[in-house]
Design a binder for this molecule. Sequence first.
Ligand SMILES: [Zn+2]
Length: 106
Amino acid sequence: MSINRIKKNDTVIVISGSESGKKGKILQVVSSRERAFVEGVNLVKKCLRKTKENPQGGITDKEQSIAMSNLMLLCPDCKKGRRIKMVAVESKTVRKCRKCGYSFDK
Ligand SMILES: [Zn+2]
């Protein structure tokens, strides 16, 4: 069993692939497929049909999911993607930066 280390609303950095180096917030995790949607990352142009609400039609940017293995939690103290460790605090487990000990879970 693998621990789901990245959660919704986490800020992550992309560590490999064409989007490498981009940072963003997790919008949604697709846990069954081990993929996630990250704000502003892996954007694709999407054509909008002309509708009543949007009479102009046009093109919009839409996020596509990215493999979780290409993502790393961004430590706000180190300002870098960091490996994390799971630490038991009282009754719950929190995620901490391996380098500086920053706690990702309040
Ligand atoms: Zn850190």
